[in-house]
Write a protein that binds this ligand. Structure first.
Ligand code: APR
Ligand code: PHB
Length: 394
């Protein structure tokens, strides 16, 4: 088999890159370890920056997003008995975010790929990127029990944090940066009306809580829990009781509860690998970086990596400029580190840490008070939350 760009992984990164390339007439094949149903069964984040919405529109996959996505012009920060509104739109000259589940983004991308006849091989085994440091790289894998060799010009590693792409780069060529937080997020999905029009991020002495949503009738709530907690120990009743305790009283009073339709615990981690490229192999999305979910940046960073690689590949194929690939890692990392900083800062400000003493607690409250009391502070939060600009490629 032969293609121009071989893409490993059919999550949002791989599918979005594939869609943009196919629209531009650049041939690509996606290979995915799991089945389509498995990929769609994963419940992930749901806040899209304007830049990602624009990219999905450019890719021609935003019809349902434009119809069903909930545009949010602000969010609430609750701490110390206060509930402070961050006016994203007013503070950023008109920018906002769109609430639309990652599962739905993935579903729309899968349908578009099926419609345009793009090849995605699901259920492949033992994928191995080969000869990435030559100008004739290829992938080997098994498909339906048969060994396959896929020759290509470039390989896009869109295979998430546990994927094979990053692991196939010689370790002495990479530097990893990591912080693992001493807690996780317990999330539930329920068919209940949202407690508030906007998201609420709450700092409480018992730990962080987040009120989010997927639609006017479906909610997503999270609680900070200990790193060693088990989901079996959290009945729906226990979850709702604890959530009510951590929310401002007026909000807790109007919370509508109901049976959960999904419940899971996710660890919190910050991770970056440098560089994000080895020869003709590029790393995108979770394969190269992880952020804690507190700033809603994970999916959005995947989109900005895709944007950068797509524009670079346009230079390569349309302008005959293969050297354009050398910019990839540096452009991506500048934006990634800023989102890493914001996610780490939001996490640090809003969670209860095991070693938080009275002094640290006052510092956290004062930091929040300082930021929301100053126009500059609010603007800093808002411009990061709506997403920093995408950098041009040259
Ligand atoms: N071979 C083939 N496919 C693989 C392999 C492999 N060895 N390893 C992993 N995959 C597939 C996974 O099954 C998955 O479908 O790669 C895909 C990676 O998808 P995601 O983990 O969703 O990563 P990505 O596409 O980068 O999505 C961005 O940002 O913060 C997050 O929640 C956000 O998941 C989202 C991510
Ligand atoms: C979500 O809706 O799942 C969500 C929203 C905001 C976040 C994280 C997750 O910061």
């Amino acid at each position: 088999m032969k293609t121009q760009v071989a893409i490993i992984g059919a999550g949002p990164s791989g599918l979005l890159l594939g869609q943009l390339l196919s629209n531009a007439g650049i041939d690509n094949v996606i290979v995915e370890r799991q089945s389509p149903e498995y990929v769609l069964g994963r419940i992930r984040a749901g806040v899209l920056e304007q830049g990602m919405v624009d990219l999905l529109r450019e890719a021609g996959v935003a019809e349902r997003l434009d119809r069903e996505g909930l545009v949010h012009d602000g969010f609430e920060l609750a701490f110390n008995g206060r509930c402070e509104h961050i006016d994203l739109k007013g503070l950023t000259g008109g920018k906002s975010v769109t609430v639309y589940g990652q599962t739905e983004v993935t579903r729309d991308l899968m349908q578009a790929r099926q419609a345009n006849g793009g090849i995605t091989l699901y259920g492949v085994g033992d994928v191995k990127p080969q000869d990435m440091d030559s100008d004739q790289p290829y992938l080997t894998f098994t498909h339906q029990g048969q060994p396959v060799r896929l020759d290509c010009d470039y390989i896009a590693g869109c295979d998430g944090f546990h994927g094979v792409s990053r692991q196939s780069i010689p370790t002495h060529k990479l530097k990893e940066f990591e912080r693992v937080y001493p807690f996780g997020w317990l999330g539930i999905l329920a068919d209940t009306p949202p407690v508030n029009d906007e998201l609420i991020y709450a700092n409480h002495p018992r730990g962080f809580a987040l009120c989010s949503m997927r639609s006017a009738t479906r909610t997503r709530y999270y609680l900070q829990v200990g790193a060693d907690e088990r989901v079996e120990d959290w009945s729906d009743q226990r979850f709702w009781d604890e959530l009510k305790t951590r929310l401002p009283e007026a909000v807790a009073q109007r919370l509508v509860t109901g049976p959960s339709i999904e419940k899971s615990i996710a660890p919190l981690r910050s991770f970056v690998v440098e560089p994000m490229q080895y020869g003709r192999l590029f790393l995108l999305g979770d394969a190269a970086h992880i952020v804690p979910p507190t700033g809603a940046k994970g999916l959005n960073l995947a989109a900005s990596d895709v944007n950068t690689l797509y524009r670079i590949l346009l230079k390569v194929y349309r302008e005959g400029r293969p050297e354009a690939i050398e910019q990839y890692s540096a452009i991506c990392l500048r934006r990634i580190w800023k989102a890493e900083r914001f996610s780490w800062w939001m996490t640090s400000m809003l969670h209860r840490f095991p070693d938080t003493d009275d002094f640290s607690r006052r510092m956290q409250e004062t930091e929040l008070d300082y930021f929301v009391s100053s126009e500059a502070g609010r603007r800093t939060i808002a411009e990061n939350y709506v997403g920093l600009p995408y950098e041009d490629v040259s």
